[in-house]
Design a protein around this ligand. Structure first.
Ligand code: ZN
Length: 412
């Protein structure tokens, strides 16, 4: 098996790009750390969080207490709910414009600041630089999401420095949630190193300058992480709510749909209707590239999470992966138009990044997986496999004839 040993409980293997270990009982580190969710004293952990944020509270409300990075999806509503309504903090919301916004994502972002009565700072890096970077990183790293990941992880930190707001509050830590890189009790915080090694695939803004002669200082400076002495002078730290709250994205999104007007939508490549509804590409070409490079796609992440929460059996998950992994990436034409490449050129670049450990070229331009890490490829999901995620809207959300106060204006 080219994927290495698989976990006996979830669908991850030793080849997970974040790195995981499998113990003598055949259970992966991600599943082991997940067990903490049912063992820890979460009331006690919430009190630890309250004590942690207390010194950052500004009593007279004259300035912001903290920064909360948000988007039009991905637990943002739940994070702001915890920060504003349960911790009683006054956050400044910050969001990086990915340019791949769906109308539903823009709607959810507007709903977020209106329903929670929050100020929102939106970072729009000029689209010419975002495209130049995307062309370069797509060709070289097989990543069309570098500018999004770099922007959304650095803009909150830059804002913390500029506004002198030391506390940044994130949702869950992906390394903890997926592969059990840390225990909840380590209370791990944001670091420059995790961002570079995992979020940015080892390439920071300055690395792009040395790799690509097509990029200039004016293209990358917005993505540069502040220096340590600058961070230390403000006392910037980033904490993760997932260390203090029993993190369960499905339940959290459903709560926010019921109480705060969050909306989800259906995708072809996964059953999760809540996570990535703000982006045309995350579950499209970006997810396809993940499959090409790593041999699995986002539906596997969703399945592993649902298995661990006890809502899917391994067999159901295997059929869901088989079903969704075969779906063609949607909205590719939209991406080609934005980037200014034709579909064949894009296909060529994608195929250059086929990982030969997972793919074999059966005839010129045709690729087959070497081994399915999942179920026999012919197996289809059954009606009883449907985990029952709700789609309350569509990505093409139409707000009718109303003012749209935050949006991209027109396509760039
Ligand atoms: Zn596992």
């Amino acid at each position: 098996m080219s994927h290495g040993q698989a976990c006996a409980r979830c669908l991850y293997t030793e080849r997970h790009p974040l790195g995981l270990t499998i113990d003598e009982e055949g259970i992966c580190s991600g599943c082991r750390i997940h067990e903490e969710k049912d063992q820890l004293d979460w009331n006690g952990r919430w009190r630890r969080l309250e004590a942690l944020v207390a010194p950052y509270r500004v009593p007279d409300g004259s300035v912001y207490d903290c920064i909360v990075p948000v988007s039009g999806a991905n637990d943002s509503h739940f994070i702001v709910h915890l920060v504003k309504e349960r911790l009683g903090l006054n956050p400044l919301l910050v969001s990086y414009n990915k340019y791949f916004n769906t109308p539903l994502g823009i709607r959810n972002l507007a709903n977020l600041r209106i329903r929670f009565n929050c100020d929102l700072l939106l970072q729009n890096v000029n689209p010419a630089s975002a495209k130049k970077i995307t062309r370069a990183t797509l060709r070289q790293f097989g990543s069309m999401y570098w500018h999004c990941l770099a922007g959304q992880t650095v803009f909150p930190v830059q804002t913390a420095v500029r506004y002198r707001i030391p506390l940044i509050i994130w949702g869950a830590h992906q390394g903890l949630e997926q592969v059990g890189m840390f225990s909840h009790e380590h209370e791990v915080e944001m670091t420059r190193r995790y961002r570079r090694d995992h979020d940015l695939m080892g390439h920071e803004a300055d690395d792009l300058l040395s790799i690509f002669d097509t990029l200039a200082e004016s293209d990358v400076w917005q993505y540069r992480y502040p220096d340590d002495d600058v961070l230390n002078s403000v006392g910037v730290r980033g904490i993760y709510l997932g260390n203090f709250v029993r993190w369960d994205p499905r339940r959290q999104h459903e709560q926010m749909i019921d109480t705060h007007g969050y909306q989800g939508a259906r995708f072809d490549r996964t059953f999760d209707t809540y996570d990535h509804v703000d982006c045309w590409n995350f579950m499209g070409i970006h997810d396809h590239l993940k499959l090409v490079k790593h041999g699995y796609s986002k539906v596997t992440d969703h399945c592993c999470r649902e298995i661990r929460h006890g809502r899917l059996t391994r067999d159901q998950a295997l059929r869901l992966v088989a079903e969704h992994t075969r779906a063609e990436p949607p909205y590719v034409d939209l991406f080609c138009e934005w980037l200014g490449v034709d579909r064949r050129a894009l296909q060529f670049i994608v195929d250059c990044h086929r990982n030969p450990e997972f793919w074999t070229e059966t005839e010129p331009g045709r690729w087959a997986p070497r081994a399915t890490m999942t179920a026999p490829g012919s197996e289809r999901a059954r009606p009883e496999d449907d985990p029952g995620f709700r789609a309350t809207s569509t990505l093409e959300f139409d707000s009718g004839r109303r003012y749209v106060t935050v949006g991209k204006g027109y396509p760039l």
